[in-house]
Write a protein that binds this ligand. Structure first.
Ligand code: ADP
Ligand code: MG
Length: 255
């Protein structure tokens, strides 16, 4: 059964893109068919998948504006072996231009319907904002994965995101739910990180993934090579953590 996951947090630099790319490759490693949607005009997911965003003349922007169908924009990525809907700076324009269009919040959802039969998982890497692009991601998704760093202001930002998800649930997408909170860039020697992690578990209980993504320099290097961590350093702690996360996601999807 298809599962569509939005990977969202309005804070930048919390590991959304790293999680999107590496969860996609790890799910493929388990034999799943995966589509990764780059919903951020920064195009980091596109570049980190080994695709040069600059020369692309057909991207998610054209899909959201109804100028291309999604199948004609998707690319097959190597060696990650997932499919990608790429994005670049053009997508920033969609944020403005979609305002005037019908059903502006559900354009991604509608576009995905024509390819949904090809996949077991669709992952949507959201931009670092609670804007119309992110709303499109949340309206299209069955559930939300929230990567977060265990630092002082982490919980504060979370309530804005949770409120946005509630708004989406009441207006557009009644079945959307939070699939899980993912602790990223975790350093177990950092006392504050430990405390915030404990608070998270107290507030959100089993909504917090058991898998913790450690701070790992191999994960930071991999995008420079356009590679998922599995193909950069499979033995690294980062690679092992994302394989474990994929197993958790697969278990949740089978329940
Ligand atoms: P976001 O998409 O939320 O803005 P990114 O995934 O781009 O965040 O991560 C922000 C930066 O931190 C990037 O330079 C990335 O390579 C690095 N990074 C992400 N996760 C880790 C990690 N677990 N360990 C070390 N560096 C990481
Ligand atoms: Mg990102």
């Amino acid at each position: 059964m298809l599962k569509i996951l939005a990977i969202a947090n309005q804070k930048g630099g919390v590991g959304k893109t790293t999680t999107s790319i590496n969860l996609a490759a790890s799910l493929v490693n388990s034999g799943k068919r995966v589509l990764l949607v780059d919903l951020d005009p920064q195009g980091n997911t596109t570049m980190g998948s080994g695709v040069d965003k600059r020369p692309l003349d057909r991207t998610l922007y054209h899909v959201l504006l109804g100028e291309q169908d999604i199948a004609s924009v998707r690319l097959s990525v190597d060696p990650g072996k997932y499919d990608l809907i790429p994005a670049n700076q053009d997508l920033a324009g969609a944020e403005v231009e979609m305002v005037a269009l019908d059903a502006r919040e559900t354009r991604l959802k509608t576009a995905l319907q024509s390819v949904s039969g090809d996949y077991d998982f669709i992952l949507i890497d959201c931009p670092p904002a609670l804007n119309l692009l992110t709303l499109n991601g949340l309206c299209a998704a069955h559930a939300v994965m929230i990567p977060m760093q265990c630092e002082y202001y982490a919980l504060e930002g979370l309530s804005d995101l949770v409120n946005t998800i509630k708004r989406v649930r009441s207006r557009f997408n009644p079945s959307i739910r939070i699939e899980g909170l993912l602790r990223t860039m975790f350093d177990p020697r950092n006392l504050l990180a430990q405390q915030v992690s404990e608070q998270l578990q107290q507030h959100f209980g089993d909504k917090v993934y058991q898998t913790v993504i450690p701070r790992n320099v191999r994960l930071a290097e991999a995008p420079g090579f356009g590679l998922p961590i599995l193909y950069h350093d499979r033995q690294s702690k980062g690679a092992q953590a994302y394989l474990a996360l994929a197993n958790e996601v697969l278990t949740a999807a089978s329940q």
